[in-house]
Design a protein around this ligand. Structure first.
Ligand code: ATP
Length: 308
């Protein structure tokens, strides 16, 4: 398996003494769409900074497309398009010029840079703003420009730090669609996010980071299933000992007319369980199917909500 990113035993201690990363290992195969989830201060931005070569690594190693980000900085950096959390533009040049400049920095010939810039600005709905300076753009446009600019040298790996923070729903959906398209075209994408829905929708794999450690990783489905929270809720009339006996193989509680039952793949077991209840002489009034969410996983593992 070819890896786009390979992080081995990554430690980061800032000069202030803060230990931001405590020995992270993370392998991201080429073509994967990975979400880095974690509460404020977990170490997400630091992980990204180490991967893009922007912060000095205290210990450990990061490789991007096989290049060591310290020893082979230029080759590694060329593989990466990054949209940082902060909007760090040169505010006084038109956005078209800024993109062409950035392409030049990565060694893209001027003609290609011009064509790509025009294409990307169009694709991100910024064609009419090509001559505007970043400070003349709305917040959502700045965010779009930032993602467009990160793509100007056609990198294989796209890293986005909170790409949809503070943007409206419509723009968020537009960016999601665009990121999915880029991923389908073969680009590896790593994003950090506070929006669980974003991770669930986009990411094939999620790594949850907390206190400078990766505490779990897997596909959203795997992580949700690992919670053991899937189940069925029923409203029941005529609950009796026979019904309780018929369900003795399942972890369940019955209280005040409501039966709560834990079972993996609840959809597949629903008919059988309803039959057991009705055969015992009880009546089912209402059924709901419950699944753990990625947010449940997050709260259970980190001990706090995503925005804590
Ligand atoms: P957020 O979701 O709030 O962006 P994060 O998961 O990206 O958080 P980091 O920005 O990586 O977290 O921060 C990890 C830890 O390192 C925090 O305790 C933070 O205060 C600290 N930290 C980050 N940057 C620096 C810095 N330049 N100097 C000192 N400490 C820092």
């Amino acid at each position: 398996m070819t890896l786009a990113v390979e992080i081995t035993n990554l430690h980061k201690r800032y000069e202030s003494g803060t230990i931001a990363l405590r020995g992270i290992d993370l392998a991201v195969p080429k073509g994967q769409f990975l979400g880095l989830l974690g509460p404020n201060g977990a170490g997400k931005t630091t992980t990204i900074g180490a991967t893009t070569g922007l912060i000095r690594i205290t210990e450990g190693q990061v490789k991007v497309m096989g290049y060591d980000v310290v020893r082979q900085f230029r080759q590694a950096r060329r593989q990466i398009g990054v949209a940082a959390q902060d909007l760090n533009f040169d505010w006084f040049f038109p956005i078209h010029d800024l993109m062409v400049l950035q392409a030049g920095y990565y060694g893209v010939p001027r003609g290609t840079a011009m064509t790509r810039t025009d294409q990307l600005l169009e694709e991100f709905g910024l064609g009419a703003k090509a001559a505007s300076k970043p400070r003349e753009l709305s917040g959502g446009m700045k965010r779009r420009f930032q993602v467009a600019r990160s793509l100007v040298h056609d990198p294989d790996l796209l890293i986005l730090d909170e790409p949809t923070a503070g943007v409206d729903v419509e723009l968020r959906h537009m960016l999601w669609g665009y990121l999915q398209k880029l991923n389908q075209q073969g680009k590896t994408i790593i994003l950090t996010t506070h929006y669980i829905e974003e991770a669930e929708k986009l990411c094939e794999r999620v790594a949850i980071i907390d206190g400078g450690n990766i505490i779990t990783e897997g596909s959203p489905k795997e992580l949700m299933a690992s919670m053991n929270r899937d189940g069925l809720h029923f409203k029941i009339d005529g609950w009796n000992d026979e019904a309780a006996e018929a369900l003795s193989g399942f972890e369940h509680t019955f209280d005040n007319g409501e039966l709560r039952l834990l079972v993996a793949q609840p959809e597949a077991r629903l008919a059988e369980i309803v039959t057991r209840i009705t055969d015992a002489g009880a009546t089912v009034h209402d059924v709901s199917i419950c699944h753990a969410t990625l947010e449940d996983v997050f709260i259970e593992l980190t001990g706090h909500g995503i925005d804590a």
